[in-house]
Design a protein around this ligand. Structure first.
Ligand code: ADP
Length: 272
């Protein structure tokens, strides 16, 4: 449903005939439009916490309004939360721009996904957002190493497992599965038993700042950029991404990544 856009140039030949040149500008127009929307959305997302912080600074500066210690502490807590939200947003914006800048440079490190998954699982299982989750890794058969960028694949795992923890019901399990996939790919899935996503939202989830429920995403500390980052990382790795979900039942995200080919030698590296 993209808006078609044509550019027309009219010229005249020496014999008086007219020459009309039509060029299809639909693609570049859509890209320009997306860029403008993105800058507007990012500015709005930063402005909202900034306005809250400035509002509280003004109140605290007024001796009468922000006087008693419990009120001051409450205001300072809100300011701290909002400043941290801005920090997360800036970090995610920086990540997106770095991944995009690297778009045409294929990642080339051999990575042991089994070890990377275990590192991320252990970090998130111990994190305070865990809320009684059992984070399990299932692996019937160890998959071969993949070719990738350690920091980016670690971020992909943090975002997917983080979402499964955020949108899963407290106490329900999160299951990470690793297996050899089709066509010399490695398959990674992250499944939760959470609130799920209504079907009409699925095609738009990887758009920047797209959220099913904005209030809920914000309350849980989301920036609305997590899945956009995942999509860009998968694209840079020449992989595939699929999100399947049933509202009220749960969500399963599947990522296919190219395995390291047998004729490619190298040491398995793992980032610290
Ligand atoms: P956010 O920072 O809001 O979590 P994401 O880009 O990671 O942003 O996800 C976009 C939206 O997709 C979320 O706001 C949420 O509505 C939905 N979503 C993502 N993962 C899940 C999940 N595992 N279960 C339910 N909803 C999800």
């Amino acid at each position: 449903t993209r808006e078609a856009r044509w550019e027309m140039q009219v010229g005249a030949l020496d014999d008086g005939r007219r020459l009309v040149h039509l060029s299809d500008r639909t693609g570049s127009h859509a890209a320009e439009r997306m860029r403008v929307d993105f800058v507007a959305n990012a500015s709005h997302e930063l402005r909202t916490p900034l306005a809250a912080i400035l509002g509280f600074v003004e109140t605290l500066a007024d001796d009468k309004a922000g006087g008693d210690p419990p009120t001051r502490r409450r205001f300072l807590k809100v300011m701290d939360d909002e400043a941290r939200r801005m920090g997360r947003l800036v970090d995610d914006l920086m990540s997106l721009s770095r991944i995009e800048a690297d778009k045409f440079r294929a990642p080339d490190s051999p990575i042991d996904l089994v070890r990377l998954v275990e590192e991320v699982r252990a970090t998130l299982a111990a994190s305070h957002g865990n809320r009684g989750r059992d984070l399990t890794v299932v692996m019937a058969q160890a998959p071969p190493p993949v070719v990738g960028d350690t920091a980016q694949l670690s971020q992909l795992l943090h975002n997917l497992v983080g979402n499964a923890m955020k949108y899963g019901k407290p106490g329900t399990p999160v299951t990470i599965t690793l297996a050899p996939g089709p066509e010399t790919m490695v398959q990674l899935t992250v499944a939760d038993e959470g609130e799920g996503i209504p079907a009409e939202h699925l095609p738009r989830l990887t758009e920047r700042f797209y959220r099913v429920d904005s209030g809920r995403s914000r309350a849980l500390g989301g920036t609305g950029l997590g899945l956009a980052i995942v999509k860009h990382i998968v694209e840079r790795h020449r992989g595939r991404l699929d999100i399947a979900s049933i509202a009220g039942v749960g969500t399963t995200v599947t990522v296919l990544l190219p395995a390291l080919s047998s004729n490619c030698h190298g040491n398995i590296t793992q980032g610290a």
